[in-house]
Ligand binder design. Structure first.
Ligand SMILES: [Fe+2]
Length: 156
């Protein structure tokens, strides 16, 4: 069912919708993973890591909404269901249980790195088909790379 007419050709829309759906899934999972670590971190740097992780949650949640609504604006139904996220996320397995602060930082650095790499592929793929979507993804990547920097500095 198509409710919203897309300004893009079918071929361009296919590329762009794949990029936006992939970005949505990664960002929803990133928010979940960051909360999981936020709750489970222990150790001398608990407070700084705990608080910094909530910045990742806020960033990921805000961008997931922007990305989903960009898809909707193009006539593509966004799918942020848990089962879809579980299957499609590019983030590896997050360890179960308590996690010491250094391991917590490594874990979020890895998660951010995985999402950033995929986001940059999407930026490359969407430039020609839809620069407006590419611009959205560039904003996402910029904010994630800022978080990536700060967490790498935590373990520096
Ligand atoms: Fe909290």
């Amino acid at each position: 069912m198509y409710v919203v007419k897309s300004p893009l050709s079918d071929a361009n829309l296919a590329t762009v919708s794949e990029a936006l759906q992939g970005a949505l899934v990664d960002l929803v999972d990133l928010a979940l993973v960051a909360k999981q670590i936020h709750w489970n971190v222990v150790g001398p740097r608990f407070r700084s890591v705990h608080l910094q992780l909530d910045e990742v949650v806020s960033t990921a949640r805000a961008h997931s909404d922007t990305v989903a609504e960009r898809a909707a604006a193009l006539g593509v139904s966004p799918d942020g269901r848990a089962a879809t996220v579980a299957v499609g996320s590019g983030i590896g397995v997050t360890p179960e249980g308590w996690v010491d602060d250094s391991a917590a930082v490594r874990s979020i650095v890895d998660a951010l790195g995985a999402v950033i790499a995929r986001m940059r592929e999407r930026i490359a793929a969407t430039g020609e088909p839809d620069p407006v979507t590419q611009d959205v993804l560039i904003q996402v990547a910029g904010d994630l790379e800022k978080q990536h920097w700060m967490f790498q500095a935590e373990n520096g």
